[in-house]
Design a protein around this ligand. Structure first.
Ligand code: CP
Ligand code: NVA
Length: 308
């Protein structure tokens, strides 16, 4: 593994291996703390957008394993504005041992990886959110066990970056995915094609519907995300008109499997895409899911540094 840019760059076996390692590192962390496997290593973190989970969980992942992290704000770096991405990548390659980048344009994180001599991790682009996808899979495996092939994962709402990584990881692990999104808010067609290629090999079934009720039928997992992603703020008013039927509320959850779990990558816009009673209710795993970012990312970093 040189970089971690998209889950679909990896095989089912590699993703299962990452999950096994995440489970091991999580257990070790809670038992006696992690070993200093990242000692002498610093992760440079380039952020073009705000973050709570990604910033803190990457920083803590490095510190728990004896390493360190450096936050690089949008104004400082001026990615592609103050300096070219190629030059930034080559300069930082001499200062830090790995980079995490949260960019708007997916091509920018790809460009960083192309020029950097050190591993580059995608911390969310407009196309996907692979570290989130790994934490999501870890949470699903914790809830349903490793033999969860044939599980029904339903995503309701905007077919966005989070949906892409969720679909790719689910397809690689043999889970069925149903996406219920309104017209005009479908997933990236290229990402769907990639998922279909994976699904043909793993036997996972991918379904796309418009009706949110149909989407959650027999679901073991109901997943939603914000109706307006970062960078789309000028569309907020329009989206607030379109998405209310896709709200994950008690009524919708009641139509899924009785033991279904409810997931959201957070930040949640409560009582928009997800109601308070569901977010804080018995089906919700949103905080376990957020905490799993830490453990999933330790595994990703350990494989990139080749230290575990
Ligand atoms: N889920 C997630 O990536 O959260 P942040 O935007 O706060 O990092
Ligand atoms: N889809 C959201 C995810 C935030 C973690 C966004 O891109 O803003």
């Amino acid at each position: 593994m040189k970089d971690f840019i998209a889950i679909s760059d990896y095989s089912s076996e590699e993703i299962e291996d990452l999950l096994d390692l995440a489970i091991k590192l999580k257990k070790e962390y809670f038992k006696k703390g992690n070993k200093p496997i990242f000692q002498g290593k610093v992760l440079g973190m380039i952020f073009q957008k705000p973050s709570l989970r990604t910033r803190v969980s990457f920083d803590m992942a490095m510190r728990h394993c004896g390493g360190d992290a450096l936050y690089l704000s949008p104004n400082e770096i001026g990615l592609g504005k103050r300096e070219s991405i190629a030059d930034i990548a080559r300069v930082l390659s001499g200062y830090v041992q790995a980079l995490m980048a949260r960019t708007f344009d997916h091509a920018h994180v790809v460009e960083l990886a192309k020029w950097a001599d050190i591993p580059v991790v995608n911390g969310l682009s407009d196309y996907n959110h692979p570290c989130q996808g790994m934490a999501d899979a870890l949470t699903i495996v914790e809830k349903f066990g490793k033999k969860s092939k044939g599980l029904n994962v339903s995503y309701v709402g905007d077919g966005n970056n989070v949906t892409v990584s969720l679909m790719h990881v689910a397809a690689l692990l043999g889970w069925n995915v149903t996406v219920g999104s309104p017209e005009g808010y479908d997933m990236n067609p290229k990402a769907v094609e990639i998922a279909q290629d994976i699904a043909r090999k793993t036997g996972s079934k991918l379904t796309f519907v418009r009706d949110p009720h149909e989407a959650v039928k027999k679901a073991h997992v109901i997943y939603t995300d914000t109706w307006t992603s970062m960078g789309q703020e000028e569309e907020t008013a329009k989206r607030e008109q379109v998405f209310p039927p896709y709200q994950v509320n008690a009524n919708l959850v009641g139509e899924a499997d009785k033991d279904a779990i409810v997931m959201h990558c957070l930040p949640a816009h409560r009582n928009h895409e997800l109601t308070d009673d569901v977010a804080d209710g018995p089906h919700s795993v949103i905080f376990q899911q957020a905490h799993n970012r830490l453990h999933a990312q330790k595994a990703i970093l350990a494989r990139l540094f080749d230290v575990a």
